[in-house]
Design a protein around this ligand. Structure first.
Ligand SMILES: [Zn+2]
Length: 289
């Protein structure tokens, strides 16, 4: 199976160094250190469409840095920029993701998720006091009550229901015309993956499912830090009752139709998600079964 987008970072995360203040200071003073070039939360790209890295000397001393990890003994950092986070995705991002090699997209995704988390956690959720960066950027500690805060990842299920050789795809009104994807939704507290898959398919499309199978997963750095958990589910029927507040349309597609979409054939019934999205990997997995 093709590795999902935003996976395969070559960086060693060196967790054991993060809480060793002397070791972190030594890395910050290492002349070989590299700092990720960003405009807000968007990556700066070279003419070849690759990430741009700055030397430590090029970065203001006032910029707070996250230790992303080591690669070939060189420390790699990300600056905590004050970019607009949330689900905001600029057109420049989509162009960047089309050109970035997979391992660079993985590094960028990690940085973006962490920076977004820092910007949303400048104050303590427990006492309202100001928080400060600690653990080399992998946490914040409250100056008021001392509570330690750590970056969170929100699990999301994304799935294809299957029925008699067809798979269920849907589209939201914000998608470009003709684009369809797998249905998806956040896990809720108190739910396991299988329950969330069945609930989301039933809520959005009115389809009841039985067995659920885990296929693969992907970190997704937009709208915070999400973990997309890709599954397939056995539908017990194919009648659709759509929740149009969630999805604009849904339909059952054959493997031939999915193959035509993945290949971008001119007479395709729908447009497949881009290769860096896990819905693409999931659809590809399904047609190859
Ligand atoms: Zn506090």
């Amino acid at each position: 199976m093709m590795a999902p987008g935003f996976t395969g970072s070559p960086l060693d995360r060196v967790d054991h160094i993060r809480s060793d203040a002397d070791a972190v200071t030594a890395l910050l003073n290492d002349w070989r250190g590299r700092v990720l070039g960003l405009d807000g939360l968007d990556p700066r790209l070279s003419a070849e469409g690759r990430l741009v890295w700055q030397s430590m000397a090029e970065v203001s001393l006032e910029v707070e840095l996250i230790l992303l990890g080591l690669h070939e003994d060189k420390p790699h950092f990300a600056p905590i920029t004050s970019g607009q986070g949330g689900a905001h995705r600029s057109p420049a991002i989509w162009r960047a993701l089309a050109s970035l090699p997979a391992e660079e997209a993985a590094i960028y995704g990690t940085a973006r998720s962490l920076i977004d988390w820092h910007n949303g956690h400048r104050f303590c959720g427990q006492c309202g006091g100001e928080t400060k960066v600690f653990r080399a950027g992998w946490g914040r500690v409250c100056g008021g009550c001392g509570k330690e805060h750590f970056p969170r990842t929100d699990p999301v299920v994304i799935m294809l229901a299957e029925f008699e050789g067809k798979a269920l795809v849907g589209r939201q009104s914000r998608f470009p015309p003709g684009n369809y994807s797998a249905l998806a939704g956040f896990l809720e507290p108190g739910e396991c993956i299988e329950e969330a898959v069945r609930r989301e398919i039933h809520e959005e499309a009115g389809v009841t499912c039985g067995a659920v199978r885990y296929i693969t997963s992907q970190p997704w750095p937009f709208g915070g830090s999400q973990l997309m958990i890709a599954c397939t589910a056995d539908a017990l029927g194919d009648e659709l009752t759509l929740d149009t507040t969630e999805i604009e349309d849904a339909m059952w597609v054959t493997k031939d139709e999915a193959i035509a979409a993945l290949k971008g054939e001119t007479d395709r019934r729908f447009n497949a998600p881009p290769p860096f999205a896990i819905a693409h990997s999931l659809l590809r997995h399904w047609v190859n079964q």
